[in-house]
Design a protein around this ligand. Structure first.
Ligand code: G6P
Ligand code: MG
Length: 217
């Protein structure tokens, strides 16, 4: 039995969600927009372009395309400064154990991320070789909650969406998995991710029998 295990990146494999937040906060502050942690939940899993639009909507700001492009570049340059020293220590607890277990079980592993910075992050953290397929922000046109990114990963792995399991920390990502008829596993808060089929605070709480059950279902 082979299933596709599709991992989101930011906030699931690595704790980069905090860096995205800091970088967006700088842009919002410069524009005098109040931008809180709760607002930030709306941006998780969402593309860079869409994230800026949401922030501008929060501040009721209409901007020219030229300004938007400038802020998008600023945001990413700032974000990249946090990644310079990134190494294996930034992998979230329990992730490596799960990846190794899935490999032993000959399961298909994919990345399904909205980020255009996904590959360098997987390289810096030394885990790129675990992934049979990588679908990221460079490969899709529709942002989560559109299921495009996950459907594309499943297709490349030659596995039916119904046989795919998606690990997600964002509301938009959980919705994308559900819309795509995949099994959604939320990683994070039960209140925020209540739409997920299963929810765990982090990967250390997922045991081998849970994975085995998913494989044999
Ligand atoms: C992920 C993150 C978002 C981020 C998006 C685009 O989905 O959760 O916070 O905005 O990727 O990432 P990028 O690295 O391309 O700006
Ligand atoms: Mg995420």
């Amino acid at each position: 039995n082979t299933k596709a295990f599709i991992f989101d990146l930011d906030g699931v494999i690595v704790d980069t969600a905090k860096y995205h937040y800091l970088a967006w906060q700088k842009i919002a502050n410069a524009l005098n927009i109040d931008f809180t942690h709760e607002h930030n939940e709306l941006l998780k899993g969402v593309s860079r372009v869409r994230s800026l639009d949401i922030i501008l909507e929060l501040g009721n700001i209409q901007a020219s395309q030229e300004d938007k492009d400038k802020w998008l570049i600023q945001k990413n340059e700032d974000y990249l400064t946090y990644l310079v020293d990134m190494d294996q220590s930034e992998i979230l607890p329990g992730v490596l154990t799960i990846l190794q277990f899935l490999k032993e079980k000959n399961q298909a592993i994919a990345l399904g991320s909205a980020s255009k910075n996904a590959r360098p992050i997987l390289e810096k953290t030394g885990i790129i070789s675990y992934f049979d397929v990588i679908v990221d922000g460079n490969d899709v046109t529709n942002a989560k909650p559109d299921p495009e990114v996950f459907l594309k990963a499943a297709r490349l792995l030659n596995i039916n969406p119904e046989d795919a399991i998606v690990f997600e920390d964002s509301v938009a990502g959980v919705q994308a998995a559900n819309i795509g008829k995949m099994t959604s596993v939320g990683i994070g808060s039960k209140t925020v991710l209540h739409e997920a089929k299963y929810i765990f605070e982090d990967f250390t709480l997922i045991d081998e029998s849970f994975i085995n059950d998913l494989i044999s279902q």
